[in-house]
Design a protein around this ligand. Structure first.
Ligand SMILES: C[S@@+](CC[C@H](N)C(=O)[O-])C[C@H]1O[C@@H](n2cnc3c(N)ncnc32)[C@H](O)[C@@H]1O
Length: 283
């Protein structure tokens, strides 16, 4: 079986062809998917992408799904996970109403769900306000946040809290030295980049430099540029030519041995619970 994971990020499996902007490892091919999928026609049995489609504009998304169709074999399966706009909007409306009625828990949930809806689209810096929310000393609605976006949020928060502990208490010398060394290296790297960019950008004003920085970030693949629900994603798949379109959950799949790859579920836990999961076939 030939399996492809597009925009895999850190979630790759060695049995799959893994592709991303950034290659984090020998199993990941570095490629910009906006230039198409670097695979010939009718060559693949399964195309999977999780939380990638929403990073493309609506028209680039259409082209991307066309590309998925092109590379699949007859009877090939596409499996897509995206943030579920329908549920986000439901959560927003429910918490809005309760917050107006004075429900304290809903007020916090309302703050969070608005971040899910907007922050990922409008942010101009990596992590945006979502990161700031996760880095608060106390998160009043921590359980709700983890229920929404899963254990990855907990990992981000834990790594931040652990770093704070390392900084506050000199109780782990090796970890401290490594982290100092890493941050020194990062600073040196930043200085080198700044010198290099500085040489090229001397003619730019401060405003132009700011615009360039924002533009570079917004093209880096982190922000959301469109959103989907079970209706619009099914329609998109149908328009491109896919059939047997099915909304499923993280555990269900037509892909053989799906559970063994641990892509949507890790040790029985759904990795991204805010997702809409959809599968379709090229007949
Ligand atoms: C939110 S992450 C999801 C990562 C992974 N699929 C997962 O489920 O954890 C989005 C990924 O899409 C990648 N990406 C975004 N735009 C891309 C592009 N034009 N070409 C290749 N990869 C892209 C990013 O580098 C990032 O790894």
């Amino acid at each position: 079986m030939k399996l492809v994971n597009l925009g895999c990020g850190q979630k790759y499996h060695k049995d799959w062809i893994n592709i991303d902007f950034f290659s984090s490892n020998e199993y990941v091919i570095q490629h910009n998917l906006l230039e198409g999928i670097p695979i010939e026609d009718n060559a693949i049995d399964v195309v999977y992408h999780s939380h990638v489609l929403e990073h493309f504009t609506k028209s680039d998304g259409f082209y991307f799904i066309e590309e998925c169709y092109r590379v699949l074999n007859k009877n090939g399966i596409v499996r897509i996970a995206v943030p579920n706009l329908e549920i986000i909007v439901k959560e927003y409306l429910e918490n809005l109403q309760l917050a107006i009625e004075g429900n304290v828990e809903a007020k916090n949930n309302y703050k969070w769900i608005k971040l899910e809806l907007f922050d990922q689209m409008i942010r101009n810096e990596s992590g945006g306000d979502m990161k700031n929310y996760l880095y608060q000393p106390i998160i009043e609605n921590e359980t709700y946040v983890y229920k929404r976006i899963g254990s990855e949020a907990k990992k981000i928060r834990d790594s931040f809290l652990n770093k704070s502990v390392i900084n506050n208490y000199d109780n782990n010398e090796i970890k401290l030295k490594v982290s100092i060394l890493k941050s020194l290296l990062k600073k040196v790297k930043t200085i080198i980049i700044k010198i290099r960019i500085g040489k090229q950008k001397k003619a730019l004003t401060e405003q132009e430099l700011k615009a360039l920085k924002i533009g570079q970030f917004r093209l880096s693949g982190e922000i959301h540029q469109w959103m989907y629900d079970r209706y619009s994603l099914s329609e998109l798949l149908r328009e491109v030519g896919f059939t047997e379109i099915k909304v499923c959950n993280a555990f269900e799949s037509e892909i053989q041995n799906w559970e063994t790859y641990q892509l949507d579920v890790i040790n029985g836990e759904v990795r991204k619970p805010d997702s809409l999961f959809i599968e379709a076939k090229k007949l």
